[in-house]
Design a protein around this ligand. Structure first.
Ligand SMILES: C=CC1=C(C)c2cc3[nH]c(cc4nc(cc5[nH]c(cc1n2)c(C)c5CCC(=O)O)C(CCC(=O)O)=C4C)c(C)c3C=C
Ligand SMILES: [Fe+2]
Ligand SMILES: [Fe+2]
Length: 342
């Protein structure tokens, strides 16, 4: 479809990060993020009370301390790796494509990204939410925001949305290339830790009540659980384990970052870490394949907090494989996903 006259706009969209690790900026970020009805899916008044009376005053100062540990000279890794891959992808795709980066929350905004593409007179747009597995709280939220922003435009160009990329072989290949140097060493066990979501999010996206949040439904990936975040996480793991030659009995999947008191998808990371140490495992290699760039959830939570917990419980070594970040194999994966859309 793309020819010399037509430009295709590509909008890469990640979750977002605070503008700085200060308490006011972290509070502003958390407010915008957690007031999203797809993230905290309870009635507006209850959500506003929870966010303003509990999360903003109590969680923001605590999170700001963690963000201070994560921050580098270039700022937040989620943002600067996003900028790096945007430039790399633009180089790869050439002048018939215009690539912009946006964040669902905070900056750069989706609105500015869409406007920048429209200024370049794009004839179509490809929206790429940077979440390998579909969740209503992430990909669904990006889709909703884009549709809300374009609904008043006089001219809406042809729009394409990428839903997830768990079936993209180059995604698995990119992880394989990042992980290969680590696999020269021996480990007792491998952990695949994904961001969690509340169990009710899974129930709401289940077809005919298929998803039972157990090993049975998530052990296959099929038409009935094609939008099940938990099912897609297990599917990603099976593919990664196969590509990395890790036998089934040597790995465990877990879900991290629970917020609040409602049940989230299991097994919980803290339970798995404790059990692995109790079973006598000493050396663990951890992966975080729900994230395409290092962020608070990978570097600090999996890389530092989980390591400390594992060692406190009797383990000896806990190593985190970094995210895809700006690895050229990841940019090749993005390029293929874009070029596959005609
Ligand atoms: C991988 C995809 C993600 C899903 C699914 C997800 C769901 C989800 N998250 C929260 C609450 C928080 N998440 C926070 C940070 C955070 N979450 C993701 C990704 C997913 N979240 C990323 C990439 C990040 C890190 C951003 C960064 O700046 O590094 C936070 C903020 C940090 C903290 O205070 O712990 C919260 C809060 C909910 C409630 C939810 C599911 C519905
Ligand atoms: Fe999150
Ligand atoms: Fe499921």
């Amino acid at each position: 479809m793309a020819n010399k006259k037509n430009t295709t706009g590509v909008l890469l969209v990640n979750l977002g990060t605070p503008d700085s690790p200060s308490v006011p900026d972290v509070r502003k970020y958390l407010r915008e993020f957690l007031m999203d009805g797809r993230v905290i899916d309870i009635p507006l008044i209850a959500r506003a009370a929870l966010v303003n009376l509990i999360i903003a005053p109590f969680r923001a100062p605590k999170s700001a301390k963690t963000y201070q540990k994560l921050w580098t000279e270039r700022g937040s890794p989620l943002l600067y790796y996003g900028q790096d891959i945007t430039h790399m992808l633009q180089e790869e795709l050439g002048e018939s494509y215009a690539v912009e980066l946006a964040m669902r929350y905070q900056s750069p905004s989706i609105e500015d990204g869409l406007k920048a593409l429209m200024k370049k007179n794009v004839s179509r747009m490809i929206i790429v939410p940077l979440f390998p597995q579909y969740a209503s709280a992430t990909t669904g939220s990006v889709q909703e925001k884009v549709m809300e922003l374009v609904k008043g435009w006089q001219v809406v160009p042809t729009m394409h949305f990428i839903s997830n990329f768990v079936e993209e072989p180059l995604f698995i290949e990119a992880w394989k290339q990042v992980a290969t140097p680590y696999l020269e060493k021996e480990y007792d066990h491998y952990v695949f830790s994904y961001h969690g979501v509340p169990e009710r999010h899974i129930r709401k996206s289940s077809v005919d009540g298929y998803c039972q949040l157990n090993g049975k439904c998530c052990s296959t990936y099929n038409k009935k659980n094609q939008y099940c975040y938990r099912g897609q996480c297990f599917y990603t793991t099976r593919q990664l384990a196969e590509a990395l030659n890790i036998p089934e009995e040597k790995y465990t999947v877990c879900f991290q970052s629970r917020l609040g008191t409602d049940p989230w998808i299991k097994p919980y990371a803290e339970t798995v870490i404790k059990e692995l140490a109790e079973e006598g495992h000493k050396k663990v290699l951890a992966f975080s394949p729900a994230f395409i760039a290092d962020c608070l959830e990978t570097t600090v939570e999996v890389g530092e907090e989980f390591r400390d917990e594992f060692i406190e419980e009797g383990g000896e070594e806990w190593t985190l494989v970094e995210s895809l970040n700006a690895h050229p194999a990841w940019v090749q994966c993005l390029k293929k996903m874009v070029l596959d859309i005609h």
